[in-house]
Design a protein around this ligand. Structure first.
Ligand code: GDP
Ligand code: IMO
Ligand code: MG
Length: 425
């Protein structure tokens, strides 16, 4: 039962897409277990860049089944666009399956996401405005029951459910937010063109996952977002509405914890964050700007500039524990090329007290002052490195320190966006 979780160890955009694509070559299935089109996972093969929002990052391997499990939420219009975009580029998507039980992001969820963000004013979260919070809210509220992929199979069922939903939603849309009510027929008409494209992919995926595990095939569980965007363990309320942590993979995919035998935590060699919320090692200076430019740190989904800072070893240590990481995959080490020195936060000072792990009391995080360790940088480009021996000694020392902080082995080091720009250990 070799099920492996691939999880972001920071605030998202760690390079999960690239790592998943590499591992997918030997996997029989890649499964997205949570989140929706808020994700933006990039895979680069032979100079061709693919940006995936919903579809698992194994899709470029035609023999690997790609599954969107019940824990994900699906925007049918976005899924249609992604499937068609891939087909235009010669990727058939015949290996894609979407769970009948995944809940559906509807146009009114996207509207509500925007209205809620406006209403939050100065404390807005900076969501991706893809309808994530409102869709997961409807799923858990069950009032009225939210729409699932199975409900998209029949026009009449879908029309009736949209009318039910809007009876309630329109009260909120009109009375709370002063927005015009939505017309059920118009909402149906908006998503109707996507239905013929999406319907053939809807399937009972649980039995497919069971069969793969029973046959001892390698199954990858691809996380979206990152550990500190987790609804329970992230920097609440500046988080997403799902469970990116490795535990979320069991829930989202319906497999037991004993069936997971490896957890690879993907960690960027520095830190980035999009949207609001605490970020102790953030650099609002030339060094931070340099990381953003060299690392092309602009959101895959929203195009927003990502906030940048030094590696946060406190976050890394905490993430390794929260996810039960068995290994880390280090990404974007090449972005640190050319710096005289590099810094890693090894602890926080919070009101005079040293913390080696993220405090559980998240309000304290706002006062966290990073305690830095300074390491020598390296001057040469490492993007051609393919073995550990190709890396300069200073870069190897940096990786060793990351390994110590995480408390588990390094699986590999990524030195560029391409599939082949990887040092496998
Ligand atoms: P994800 O959401 O975790 O899959 O990460 P994103 O795709 O949003 O962001 C990672 C970005 O960094 C993408 O543009 C990747 O192509 C790129 N990338 C991944 N690994 C490396 C690397 O080792 N070096 C460099 N320079 N870029 C990388
Ligand atoms: P990948 O999978 C980085 C952030 C948003 C916002 C917060 C809540 O590419 O790593 P949401 O739309 O989910 O309600 O927004 O979470 N966020 C991400 N940041 N990478 C992501 O995905 C993200 N998905 C959501 O910026 O701060
Ligand atoms: Mg991303």
């Amino acid at each position: 039962m070799p099920a492996t979780v691939i999880v972001g160890a920071q605030w998202g955009d760690e390079g999960k897409g690239k790592i998943t694509d590499i591992l997918a070559e030997r996997a029989s299935a890649v499964i997205r277990y949570q989140g929706g089109s808020n994700a933006g996972h990039t895979v680069v093969v032979n100079g061709n860049e693919f940006k995936l929002h919903l579809i698992p990052s194994g899709i470029l391997h035609p023999d690997t089944t790609c599954i969107m499990a019940a824990g994900t939420i699906i925007d049918p219009i976005c899924l249609r666009d992604e499937i068609e975009g891939l087909r235009e580029r010669g990727v058939s998507c015949d290996n894609l399956r979407v769970s009948v039980n995944a809940h559906v992001i509807m146009p009114y969820h996207i509207l509500l996401d925007g209205l809620q963000e406006e209403a939050r004013g100065r404390s807005s979260i900076g969501t991706t405005r893809r309808g994530i919070g409102p869709t997961y809210t409807d799923k858990t509220a069950r009032m009225p029951r939210s729409i699932r992929m199975a409900d998209l199979m029949d026009d009449d069922v879908l029309r009736a459910l949209i009318a039910d939903q809007l009876e309630h939603k329109n009260i909120i849309i009109e009375r709370c937010y002063g927005h015009e009510p939505l017309d059920p027929d118009a909402v149906f008409a908006e998503i109707a063109p996507a239905l013929p494209v999406v319907r053939p992919f809807v399937a009972d995926v649980r039995s497919m996952v069971r069969e793969a595990l029973a046959n001892d095939e390698t199954v990858l569980l691809e996380g979206a977002q990152g550990t500190f965007l987790d609804l329970d363990y992230g920097t609440y309320p500046y988080v997403t509405s799902s469970h990116p942590v490795a535990g979320g993979a069991c829930l989202g995919t319906a497999i037991g914890p004993t069936e997971i035998d490896a957890v690879i935590a993907v960690v960027k060699a520095y830190t980035t964050r999009v949207g609001a919320g605490s970020f102790p090692t953030e650099l609002e200076d030339e060094v931070g700007n340099g990381l953003r430019e060299r690392g092309s740190e602009y959101g895959t989904t929203t195009g927003r500039p990502r906030r940048c800072g030094w590696l946060d070893g406190v976050a890394l240590r905490t993430a390794a524990e929260l996810n039960g990481a068995t290994a880390i995959a280090v990404t974007k080490l090449d972005v640190l090329d050319g710096l005289d020195t590099v810094r890693i936060a090894v602890a926080y000072d919070i009101n005079g007290k040293r913390h080696e792990r993220m405090p559980e009391d998240l309000d304290a995080l706002a006062d966290a002052q990073p305690v830095y360790e300074e390491l020598p940088g390296w001057q040469q480009s490492i993007c051609e490195a393919r073995t550990l021996a190709d890396l300069p000694e200073q870069a190897r020392a940096y990786i060793d320190r990351m390994e110590e902080l995480a408390g588990c082995a390094v699986w590999g080091v990524s030195v560029g966006p391409s599939r082949d720009q990887t040092v496998l250990l």
